[in-house]
Design a protein around this ligand. Sequence first.
Ligand code: FAD
Ligand code: DHB
Length: 396
Amino acid sequence: MPDHPEKRTVKVCIIGAGPAGLLLARLLEQCGIASVVLERRSREHVEKRVRAGLLEWSTVEAFRAAGVAHRLDRHGMVHDGMELRHDGAAFRLAFSELTGVPMVVYGQQEIVKDLIGARLESQGEIHFGVTDVRICQVGVDGSLVQCTLDGIPVEISCEFLAGCDGHHGVSRAAIPAQRRSSHQWAYPFAWLGVLAKAPPLSPELIYAVTDRGFALQSMRSPDVSRLYLQVPPNEPIHLRSDEEIWHELDLRLTGGTGKLPTGTITERVLVGLRAHVEEHMQYRTLFLLGDAAHIVPPSAAKGLNMAVADARLLAEGLDHWYRSGRRDLLDGYQSHSLRRAWHGQEFSEFMTSLLHVSPGESAAQRRMRRARLDLLRRSSTAATAFAEQYVGLSRP
Ligand code: FAD
Ligand code: DHB
């Protein structure tokens, strides 16, 4: 960086154009608070990155309130229940009926496209391909960030800094080591996820628990399936041929009847199941949001929903500060978000242990897992408690 980079000022500097950063930028814009978004990857890359797909109703409402739900309302698939399969039996968990709240399937990359479209349309500042973001200072009254924008070295002075740069970003490390403490653990399995040009086996999600491992059937449209297989954690992503993947999915989802519709696999992803919670999500004028602060295993599809909740919370705190000069909501950001993150973590842990076969699992552990599934089928109280967590109602 040269001695005299171009100096710019902005109220809020947002690092990362994932769902958390983009939604925060949009919500701030609605409150008249100027921000700049700095994204390391290209626009094309972030718009094509296939990830989550299951949205809680409160997430849908957040996108509606942000005025970016036109396509979501048209193409999102409303779900009222899901199916759990185990030991040759199947039962439907009617979460809408049990809680009054449905879920919606709509791909994360579509949300990202909608938010980027809205940002560009309103001429909000957003930069892609910014590979050298450096947080130089996090102060009590503001922070300093250096990077190169359109070939020009710049120094951005901001009143607040929002670290929305995911698990591998730079923001977390800007909190001094002595102020940081975190919890992390990994599960002894991964998910091999595929996107396929094939109609889903069923219009509702199917979670299949088998002795061969877990499988999940989801979808992105009536003609596109999203499917996941539990695999060993270090399995190379291309180890299995497409035919082997379809065979294994059919074994786990239908008991090998050959009823699973197949088609061309257009995407593969390997997701290691792990968890991370950063106990310090704010330091002076820096705030961490979404995956930068906490990641959950995907079993309960909570990661994206938690990122959206963080963006709403911080936007509310900043709006309150700029309108009233009071910091109380901002100061409460960490404790509120952390409480919610631990609830999300706890349910994700529950779903993970309910659905997966652990290597070296004892017969007794397997029997207890079956008993837990059986309880969900037999007890409406257990099913309702589960459903409230699944749809996100019971998270604070
Ligand atoms: P991200 O979406 O990770 O966005 C962070 C952004 O910051 C990225 O665009 C990144 O390029 C950018 N960035 C990183 N470093 C820098 C830097 N130094 N400078 C500038 N920009 C930077 N959740 C589910 O609920 N269900 C799923 O099935 C599911 N599948 C997943 C599959 C994969 C492979 C992964 C990685 C995650 C998955 N998740 C899933 C989790 C979910 O997608 C995340 O919780 C969600 O993306 C979090 O949003 P975010 O905005 O916090 O972070
Ligand atoms: C999807 C992902 C999940 O992790 C999940 O639990 C349900 C659905 C999906 O990608 O559609």
